[in-house]
Design a protein. Structure first.
Length: 275
């Protein structure tokens, strides 16, 4: 149970959008400011609480004035202060401005970004990673991150110019799963070099493949390699794959949404681990 004395002192409620902390947090909707500060936003009591359970304390914590005695919010306040962060009680109207939503959550946290270097990924420690080439849609990325977490896979490798996993839209779509897995960034050349040393299997997807995904060798360790939403995998990355799979299209559609196709692949991997 939280110690009430740790957060019961009165703090001045921030009401002005010209406050420097508020301006800084609002700027985190833009990638260039996330890059400059190294911070990103996570919204909602559930997501911020799950982040805390994974060892992530907010650097800044916006909480709606009057909610500070909620035990879960109190835990976040304590953790923020212990980490040297700053708690910012605000009005509802400021939460709207920071979140850019008409119906915002009662809590918004600003967190330090994190990354795993590709060289730190060792075959012996790998169960399953998802590698994404130039993914553009933050909603797709967040959904994929959530699905990676759902099957207890290791993390996501973002190849070349991908959308930002720490964007507000991606973090929202991940439902907090961003805090549960590893994130790595690399170029396509770095990924190909990494593949030469990787002792597991790289499974790519391509429409032109004649191999049904259900017949692939899904043994761990493996990396599921998915291409860009429009262009798919470029030739140099297809050539780095040990297996190329496709999903049968029996209706009028000739392709699946990237997040859906990745989810099917991840659950096929999971199904084969329990056979």
């Amino acid at each position: 149970m939280s110690d009430m004395s740790d957060y019961s002192e009165q703090q001045t409620v921030i009401t002005s959008s010209s406050n420097q902390d508020i301006k800084r947090l609002r700027s985190l909707h833009e990638r260039k400011y996330r890059k400059q500060t190294g911070w990103f936003l996570a919204e909602g009591l559930r997501i911020c609480t799950e982040a805390l359970q994974k060892g992530f304390a907010p650097q800044r914590l916006l909480d709606e004035d009057g909610r500070q005695t909620d035990p879960l919010i109190a835990d976040l306040i304590i953790a923020c202060k212990k980490a040297g962060g700053r708690v910012l009680p605000v009005t509802r109207s400021l939460l709207v401005k920071v979140s850019n939503k008409d119906n915002p959550q009662t809590v918004i946290g600003a967190y330090q970004q994190f990354s795993t270097n590709l060289s730190e990924i060792k075959t012996a420690d790998v169960r399953c990673w998802v590698a994404l080439d130039r993914i553009r849609d933050p909603g797709n990325l967040g959904t994929i991150i959530r699905t990676i977490d759902a099957v207890a896979a290791d993390g996501v490798i973002l190849i070349d110019d991908c959308t930002d996993p720490f964007s507000v839209e991606s973090v929202r779509a991940s439902m907090g799963a961003i805090f549960t897995l590893k994130v790595s960034h690399c170029t396509s050349e770095e990924f190909i070099t990494f593949k030469r040393e990787f002792k597991g299997s790289v499974i790519g997807t391509a429409l032109q493949s004649s191999v049904d995904y259900r017949t692939a060798d899904w043994r761990a360790p493996c990396i599921i390699l998915m291409g860009n939403e429009q262009a798919g995998l470029p030739t140099k990355l297809r050539q780095a794959c040990d297996q190329i799979i496709a999903m049968p299209m029996q209706g009028h559609s000739d392709s699946l949404n990237l997040a859906v196709a990745t989810g099917i692949s991840l659950y096929e991997f999971l199904r084969n681990q329990s056979d």
